[in-house]
Design a protein around this ligand. Structure first.
Ligand SMILES: [Ca+2]
Ligand SMILES: [Ca+2]
Length: 294
């Protein structure tokens, strides 16, 4: 699959994408991360296959790769106890969960427009994006799919939610009137919304809260550039760029011990130190990593 240059306004191709082709395009440019990472020991990395479709898991050193599902499944997100994985059947547009070994698959939504699941740190709820036609919103539900509750309600595109490790806040990306997406945070009940970034000519997407709660990793850049990985303080200060190259770098996911970040680049899953440095390849033909806590 050929990686295309990222388009800052990716929302219609991601949260709103219902056609297989559209989601393939989104995946090719590096689709959103998933999963609230709770502090813990580093376990395995789940990811989606790009041409060999399905969800896989692999050790961080690249060993013991295992297929967990077949078909066009995207966006794996580990439960905080590391025993289950939520994911999206991208053909249906619905969220499922399964055991870490791929057994016991259960469908959680039945509306054809649910994406980007991420577990709350106590494992009881899942935050996700719902909405096709151009105005996606953020919702939460119980981890059995019941008890859906709205978080955002507006005319902007709200997407890429990730739960803070203390469970009190949800970070997400928002684009209003086709502007480059910025990062926001909000209480799980939708109150006390705060802006984190407000850049005019840059975009910020796929936020991932660090396990110590202090920083947020995200992908972004100038609209004219290829995409890079950054981290930023939760107050929007102390922005740090941790990749610098001419490839699309996307979908950061913290290791549970906070020392590393897995990410997508060059049709592969990589990991590097959370302050950058040399990246090591974890899996070829993969995207959208999420790191298991043990
Ligand atoms: Ca909205
Ligand atoms: Ca880059």
């Amino acid at each position: 699959m050929v990686t295309v240059k990222p388009v800052p306004m990716r929302t219609p191709r991601r949260a709103g994408a219902l056609s297989v082709c559209a989601i393939v395009a989104a995946v090719a440019i590096g689709a959103p991360e998933a999963g609230a990472v709770v502090p813990g020991k580093n376990g395995r990395i789940a990811y989606m296959g790009l041409t060999d479709l399905g969800i896989f898991s692999v050790d961080p050193d690249g060993d013991r790769r295992r297929r967990l599902s077949n078909g066009f499944d995207v966006g794996p997100s580990w439960s905080p106890n590391g025993k289950r994985i939520a994911f999206v059947d991208a053909v249906q547009g619905d969220i499922w969960k399964m055991r870490a070994n791929g057994d016991d698959k259960r469908r959680l939504t039945r509306n054809g427009s649910s994406f980007e699941p991420s577990w709350s740190p106590n494992g009881k709820r899942i935050v996700f994006v719902k909405g096709g036609g151009g105005d996606p919103e953020i919702f939460t539900m119980r981890s059995d799919g019941s008890g859906r509750s709205r978080v955002t309600d507006n005319g902007a595109d709200d997407f890429d939610p990730d739960w803070s490790p203390n469970g009190r806040r949800i970070v997400f990306a928002r684009s209003r009137h086709s502007s480059p997406p910025d990062l926001f945070k909000v209480d799980p009940d939708g109150s006390d919304e705060e802006r984190i970034t407000g850049t005019q000519n840059r975009y910020e997407v796929t936020p991932a809260w660090s396990p110590d709660g202090r920083r947020i990793a995200f992908a972004g850049g100038r609209e004219s550039d290829d995409e890079e990985i950054f981290t930023i303080g939760t107050d929007g200060r102390r922005r740090r760029q941790i990749t610098a190259n001419d490839q699309v770098d996307a979908d950061p996911a913290w290791s549970p011990n906070g020392n590393q970040i897995a990410f997508f680049s060059r049709e592969s899953v990589w990991r590097m130190g959370s302050d950058g440095g040399r990246a090591r390849r974890v899996a070829r033909d993969g995207a959208w990593p999420d790191w298991q806590a043990r």
